[in-house]
Design a protein around this ligand. Sequence first.
Ligand code: AMP
Length: 593
Amino acid sequence: MDGKRLEYKGEEALKELERLTEKSDEVQENILKEILKQNGLTEYLNKYLDGSTEVSAFKSLVPVITYADIRPYIQRIANGEDSSLISGQTITEMLCSSGTSAGEPKLMPSVAEDLDRRTFLYNLIMPIINQYVPGLDEGKAMYLYFAKAEMSTPSGLPARPVLTSFYKSKHFKCRARDPFNDFTSPDQAILCTDGEQSMYCQLLSGLVHRHQVLRLGAVFASAFLRAISFLLRNWAYLCNDIRTGELGSRITDPECRSAMLDILKLPNPHLADEIKMICARTSWKGILCQLWPKAKYIEAVVTGSMAQYIPALEFYSAGKLPLVCTMYASSECFFGVNLKPLCDPADVVYTILPNMAYFEFIPLGDSGLMLMDEEEKVPRSKLVDLAHVRVGCYYEVVVTTYAGLYRYRIGDVVQVTGFHNRSPQLRFICRRNVVLSIDNDKTNEEDLHNSVTSAKKLLEPYHALLVEYTSFADTSSVPGHYVLFWEIQHYKTNGAVNRMEAHVLEECCMVVEEALDYVYRRCRTYDKSVGPLEIRLVGPGTFEALMDHFIRNGASINQYKTPRCINCKAALELLNSMVEACFFSPKNPTWNP
Ligand code: AMP
């Protein structure tokens, strides 16, 4: 069956990609038949299909759902009930998505075979890139990958992010034999769950091998920039280790220590001097090309919310290294690959791999403005299958998987830009209803509103009122952080903010952070990939001026709503010009794994 034949490499993998995309509709139909055959009798599907395993019954009877609908089943499995509630195969792990539900990470069921599907997609990446950038088997890749500490469900199933699951699998470990996958980072450093030690060791090995490195990367652009910022703070220590051939005492993880000592081997003062000379420069513009002179590109996701990091990556590479986006994937399922890896980030499209899952699409019109709320019931008849999407139109992606998600709304908005053979090519537009995102965090308007509502209560004893607010993801420094612009009435506007008032606004920052979701708090406290939240107090009349600005630029007075997040440069400049004082969260929010 198409879902099973997954062990392809090199040329063979490309041929398989052609074969699959040439008959996408047939592959999709077979996938759905197979899922229904295996899973038709699960408690979940049986409820709707009453024992039928017919495709037509599925299409007319199974509803389009969100996480809230499937969550009770997932919770029951996590608590020890049988996988057969939702899947004909054994659920082997729960994948923690960066999406959240009721403040907790969403848990996505996964079956053993899913690893083969993900590996099939990974195995396509190098053959695709090799068509455009030859010779990558003659050197190394400095990819900064990070695993997270694993948890387990009450029934003992591993609960971990999809990439941690992959790094721990034999599929990842087997790559060692493939010259196209020769990484500078030792597995022990990738698997070390102490982020600082992992980062230090991975950069150290990347620097030791700097003359062999042919490509740089991380999964998301945010992680790659964090590595540059870490390097900025730590290059002197890294140079010292290279100079002496000894590992500093900050690396305490025994597996990392032994792997790194193997890499350091002997003192190398010459290499340390080279690196020191480069890093000691006042400007780091183009530093990546100097430190890794043979690097041919940077691989990282720079589409969607990650596009905000393109200018920084271009600065550090002096615009000389192409930014390569290879794939579009999620914890629920992997979607597709970019067949033109060297294209401009703005032109990236992902070709759907029809053997990953059964895909359907909710049409959002040809302007993308007909977004549907999460709560809104989507009529089954509205769904379009993969063969019937239209070029130029916007859609929300819906998947049906072997592991037990049926007509599940992923929450991503995409635009169909064309077809590769018979498979649609998608431009990633946005995550539905996300207003702020720095790293894995995805804060929607409602979360933001609820957290601001909790915090503004602290103003009441001071006879102060929050008149209006908006927000902005500030990524001008690393790590980026959330900024809230607050206009407060009855507040002293002469700039003399007394100690008590400053303290109150700092507390407001803390309350907002505490009220944001689990993934935000994890990024702040554990990953340290998001910096302290800031409240910028703006003077009276600021939000009226903001409204005037938008109305001048075409917004309707009748329908004007203060945008809860500002992305436009002119509006940001206006807000920043009215700032009277800034306050930062003084401590990390609570986060328990
Ligand atoms: P997670 O479930 O935590 O793995 O997050 C998956 C989500 O990350 C997807 O649903 C997208 O919203 C986003 N994502 C993944 N790959 C890309 C990509 N290539 N471009 C833009 N966003 C992406």
